[in-house]
Design a protein around this ligand. Structure first.
Ligand SMILES: [Zn+2]
Ligand SMILES: [Zn+2]
Ligand SMILES: [Zn+2]
Length: 93
């Protein structure tokens, strides 16, 4: 426990970043989110998990790249034939 934590009457201190918490459950929540990285963003194609949404999105782009389908009219890319089919761009008369 750091001295600062004792002073602020927050007896639980994170041993990784020295933040202080009044309550042990807040500390464990903090550790889980900030340090151990509970990876809450899961890829629905391969079940890889990511800490941040931006990381997941970057990863998803890889999937989109595999066998991606491109709309001839507007260049929009789709991950599957079905989603390209659902895209009605330039097909309405
Ligand atoms: Zn911490
Ligand atoms: Zn994936
Ligand atoms: Zn299009």
């Amino acid at each position: 426990m750091s001295a600062a934590c004792t002073l602020t009457k927050k007896p639980y201190s994170c041993n990784r970043c020295r933040k202080c918490f009044a309550d042990g459950s807040n500390l464990s929540k903090h550790v889980r989110f900030s340090h151990t990285g509970e990876k809450s963003y899961a890829c629905n194609k391969c079940c890889k998990r990511y800490l941040r949404n931006s990381d997941l999105k970057r990863h998803m782009r890889k999937h989109a790249g595999e066998g991606s389908r491109k709309c001839d009219s507007c260049g929009a890319e789709f991950s599957s034939e079905e989603s390209l089919g659902a895209h009605q761009c330039g097909k309405n008369k």
